[in-house]
Ligand binder design. Sequence first.
Ligand SMILES: Cc1cc2nc3c(=O)[nH]c(=O)nc-3n(C[C@H](O)[C@H](O)[C@H](O)COP(=O)(O)O)c2cc1C
Length: 188
Amino acid sequence: MKALGIVGSPRKGGNTETITSHALKALAEEGIETELIPLAGLRIEGCTACGACANAETCPIDDDLLPIYHKMKEADCIILSSPVYFSSATALIKGLMERTGFIGRNNGRVFKGKTGGPIVVGRRGGQNFTFAQMNYWYQILEFYMTGASYWNIAFGRNKGEVANDQEGLDTAWSFGKNLAYLMKKLNA
Ligand SMILES: Cc1cc2nc3c(=O)[nH]c(=O)nc-3n(C[C@H](O)[C@H](O)[C@H](O)COP(=O)(O)O)c2cc1C
């Protein structure tokens, strides 16, 4: 079984990457194969509503999305994480959600039955809104989802600061453990 952690921050090695790695470490400890995919430095455009994915499992936009879509399709568990940008998810992760969601829904509901959920990091405000915003993607795509010891949010501004948010780290850890439990039950 494999879990992906897709980090929607344009900043490489930042807080979102740190906390997502922490959740993946909890999954790895349970024997789940893990892979972290930072979107930093990649180009992921938003959906243009061209409708091409209704006829073929692809997207005509020539950017970095499709290889990630195929990795998502193969994975059993997908964690999408984002920093809070103006009380919302980043454009990078939103572009990925729009397009993978549409391609997947239009081509046999490829995400149905996978596990996963979002993790969000911000300096001060907007984490719960962003967490809720991202949860909608999972729900309509028929993921099996799990809770954690708190909502999957954490605090930090400059790179590395999230390491001081012990409750945020503990939440991500419990989220990883709960996902591993769910994956094992579903595959039993
Ligand atoms: C354009 C921009 C908008 C932001 N908006 C918010 C915000 O609305 N609320 C908040 O708490 N933090 C906000 N932040 C701070 C980031 O969420 C915070 O620095 C976070 O740790 C960045 O994650 P990263 O290190 O993974 O890039 C914003 C940062 C940027 C660059």
